[in-house]
Design a protein around this ligand. Structure first.
Ligand SMILES: C[C@H](NC(=O)[C@@H](N)CCCCN)C(=O)O
Length: 452
């Protein structure tokens, strides 16, 4: 038998090719997630959606992951059944959900296409279009979050000990490019209304092409597994057990990272959903100016996250990076709440924080959890994080309504932004606890990742 000396993941070119392939899957995922934010007004006009309907549509993404714990279950399935089977299943759900959403927004459906009658037969306060789109968003969210967990496990498999943080940074960069493209392309395709459906179909077809890209990756993954099996005796996949869950959940630094994950991301992602309106109301910006300043965030982080990942691979200091990032988020929200400093400056700082924390947080997991349980660990992180992504946008809307009785055209965002600052402060506390715990018990979170 021919002995395999170099496996596929020993080749830097193959590793980067894999990164581009799975990065594309992530880009289309983020594109679809964010494509609707610039279409909000058009959805309101075209389908008679209320603001609450729109909020419901956005937050439906998180329902399977939070309330049905789908990301945890998906992560456990991933650890048990492997990357190919699990990845295909969840990327398929993501594409199915995207196509269902586009179908719900299509003229064919509105004209009484299959399923319209059924959707019209219950909850008459919600339109059949909204109900079909909510169902699509549900399946999209169910597939999308676990597919991010799958991509994370793929990166650990190919890059552990070989620029893993850089790879994670680039992964996040691919996602942000998807968001940036969605903010730029979606409104142009929609053309102010007449092509709204085309903009939604384009987003769905992009997700479908992500499924094809994942199938190409499956061929490489199978080849790598075959090579590894020739050189290393393969252990049977470990069965999922609740004891493992207990081991992960009793790991203190893991818990601090999960809590930082939910508070930090809740202070950023939901803020971004309100940012264009906030900039317009507080600084008198036009829609175009508000969109421009908001889109600085994804494009800036697309470059900074890999850069910080590169630094963390070589010099470590992940816990310190998380503290610094949390501190910046707090400072940025206080600046937004209490000053009239040009928003371009705090947004640039927010971009630095939004690069520092993800670049340090996600790859740190390999220091705390064994590879065979990494899917479960990321699944837990995503499920808890989704609780924030579901609840905080709703809370922000409630605070906004309560502090602006009578729904004035220009809203005062001070209390809403202070709520985001509060989340930043709690996140800072968890990042400090993480560093303290690491110092006490030497988990190695501050060490460079390129050390085996
Ligand atoms: C890697 C991390 N991803 C997430 O937090 C996802 N749960 C976000 C999904 C929302 C997509 N706009 C990140 O993007 O930093």
């Amino acid at each position: 038998m021919e002995k395999v000396r170099r496996a596929l993941n020993d080749s830097p070119a193959m590793r980067w090719a894999v990164l581009v392939l799975v990065g594309f899957v992530l880009s289309v995922n983020y594109y679809f997630y964010d494509a609707f934010s610039t279409l909000k007004d058009l959805l309101l006009k075209e389908f008679n959606f209320t603001n609450t309907d729109y909020g419901l549509f956005v937050s439906f993404y998180s329902i399977p992951n939070t309330f049905l714990l789908m990301a945890v279950i998906g992560g456990a399935i991933l650890d048990r059944f492997g990357i190919r089977r699990t990845g295909f299943m969840f990327v398929f759900f993501m594409a199915f959900g995207a196509l269902l959403t586009a179908y719900g927004a299509s003229d064919y459906y509105s004209a009484g296409g299959p399923g319209y009658g059924l959707m019209a037969s219950f909850l008459p306060n919600y339109s059949p279009e909204l109900k079909m789109m909510l169902l699509g968003r549900f399946f999209f969210g169910l597939g999308a979050e676990t597919s991010i967990v799958v991509v994370s496990k793929i990166l650990v498999k190919w890059f552990k000990g070989k620029n893993l943080a850089l790879a994670f940074g680039l992964k996040v960069g691919f996602g942000r490019l998807g968001t940036f493209a969605a903010l730029q392309v979606s409104p142009v395709v929609a053309g102010g209304g007449p092509n709204l459906t085309t903009a939604v179909w384009l987003a769905a077809i992009l997700v479908l092409s992500g499924l094809l890209a994942f199938m190409v990756y499956m061929l490489l993954d199978a080849k790598l597994d075959k090579q590894v099996a020739l050189t290393t005796p393969t252990a049977a996949p470990e069965k999922f057990s609740f004891k493992d869950l207990g081991v992960i959940l009793s790991n203190r630094p893991f818990i601090y990272i999960v809590l930082l994950c939910v508070t930090f991301y809740s202070a950023v992602f939901p803020f971004v959903s309100y940012a264009p309106d906030f900039f317009a109301d507080k600084f008198g910006f036009t829609d175009v100016q508000s969109g421009r300043v908001t889109s600085l965030l994804p494009i800036g982080t697309a470059f900074f996250t890999p850069l910080f990942g590169f630094i963390i691979d070589r010099y470590g200091k992940s816990a310190t990076a998380m503290i610094l990032g949390s501190l910046i988020v707090l400072g940025v929200h206080l600046t937004f709440a209490y000053t009239m400093v040009s928003p371009y400056i705090p947004v640039i700082f927010l971009g630095i924080a939004f690069s520092l924390v993800p670049a340090a947080m996600w790859p740190s997991m390999v220091k705390l959890v064994k590879d065979s349980r990494i899917g479960t660990a990321y699944g837990i992180m995503y499920s808890v994080q989704n609780l924030g992504l579901w609840g905080i946008p709703l809370l922000a809307g409630i605070i906004l309504d309560k502090t602006n009785p009578g729904n004035p055209l220009v809203a005062d965002y001070t209390m809403t932004i202070l709520m985001f600052a509060g989340l930043g402060l709690v996140g800072l506390l968890f990042s400090l606890l993480l560093k303290f715990e690491d110092k006490k018990k030497a988990f190695g979170i501050e060490l460079p990742l390129n050390k085996k």
